[in-house]
Write a protein that binds this ligand. Sequence first.
Ligand SMILES: Nc1ncnc2c1ncn2[C@@H]1O[C@H](COP(=O)(O)OP(=O)(O)OP(=O)(O)O)[C@@H](O)[C@H]1O
Ligand SMILES: [Mg+2]
Length: 477
Amino acid sequence: MSKEFETTKDILIPVDPLQRIIGQDQAVNVARILSRQKRHLLLVGPPGTGKSLIAQAISTVIQKPKQEISILQNQLNPERPLVEIRSEQQVMSDFVKNIQLGKIVSAAQVPTFVGEKLGFRCKRCGGLSSSSVSLCPHCGSEKFAPYTDKILDPYSSQLETPYSGAFRVYTNRIKPDGKEEQIIYERTPDGKVNILSQSDLRKIESLNKKTPRKVLIQLNRSTFVQATAASETELLGDVKHDPYGGHPQIGTPAYLRILPGAVHEAHEGVLFIDELATLVHLQKFILTAMQDKIFPIIGRNPTSSGASVRVDAVPCDFILVGAANITDLQHIIPPLRSRIKGDGYEILLNHFMPDSPDNRRKIAQFVAQEIIRDGRIPHVTFDSVEELINEAKNIAKTIDDINGLTLRLRNLSGIIKLAGDLAVLEQSEFIELKHVKDAVKNAKSIEEQVHEKYDNWWKAGSADHGFKSTKAGPETA
Ligand SMILES: Nc1ncnc2c1ncn2[C@@H]1O[C@H](COP(=O)(O)OP(=O)(O)OP(=O)(O)O)[C@@H](O)[C@H]1O
Ligand SMILES: [Mg+2]
């Protein structure tokens, strides 16, 4: 690659999150169709090739949700609360009734830290943007990532914990008469900030109380919901237990105990299920939810008082993005796969790309992106980028025995972060060649380290048990 930049600082990072995905053109094209046509997608590929990243990117390019879902008290049959779907206009008009109580200002007019907490202001560059966008469009960094007190984990994906900022921020101010007063900043559905005093808030709350309802799914919400195989409750919702069984005087009414599942939270958004195959028996529920676009919420613990409560027809019209490894594909139930195929796409991700000047440029773009995303490490010099490209070749050769540039980019990302930490330790302005070389050495997996230190697993195992490690095999000490 000819010297096209001095450091990665000179590399322009695309604003479009889909353009930040490198080497997966087919998946990116499908992602664009998906976001417009509301189809489903199964991404299959080795770890660290961008499955989660693609799912996230889709959620940032789809339309904003237009419905708010509430659970209403059913006076006649309290254990069968009702569902109410309100359009954006209805929510807004109700909201307008309330806002006369406070003062509405733009996100630029509130204190910086309030803007940050509400999700409008980027902590890194200070730029303002919509609270539902998690990557800052001005500098490309993760908007909600704290600068410090974060445990360094080069292999974790920060994108996997989307967060759209707080709804309310409480602050105190000293009034001219010396008394302290609480000020509440509240994010409005149209991206402004409502400034309220404590008494305003009480009035709003009492207004809301007139209709016994609970907003289950907010209008202003994240369009990315990740579900794990951890529990049925998390995926499908539940009804909280009440020791007083919803007794009218001392219990909590059933409609307040309804908890949405990930399928409901993903309504009008992306439901991302990593390792879809591990969901085993839950897969058939996903299938039903996809087909019906509604899913009842019931109490899932038979010994709980929630077991007698049921809310029918809670909407769950989501785009399913499932991820799986090639070997796990067989554990996805055929009707679910056929549903995805019939109404969407199955994509096998690339694990490498040919070594060409264009693709080398893409790796350089990737390096620049990782620096910005991390936010705590300096930019990389041209020579070091070349070294990282060589490492991308090495990884392709050692892991996949292929001549090309690896797309197992989490591995490369780990090396960039390690090199960055070394540069930070040395207070170096940039990540230099030596930092990358040292990082490559440090980034070796336990298997590689065992190979270097012990030659083979047999000897390593003997050392583990306090045996002498000799060529002849283990002997008791
Ligand atoms: N194609 C890509 N383009 C740009 N960055 C990528 C790409 N693939 C991976 N990355 C980088 O590697 C990190 C890990 O990727 P991601 O979490 O999306 O992988 P994954 O396929 O979901 O892995 P796993 O199977 O372990 O869940 C991303 O946060 C990103 O920094
Ligand atoms: Mg993933």
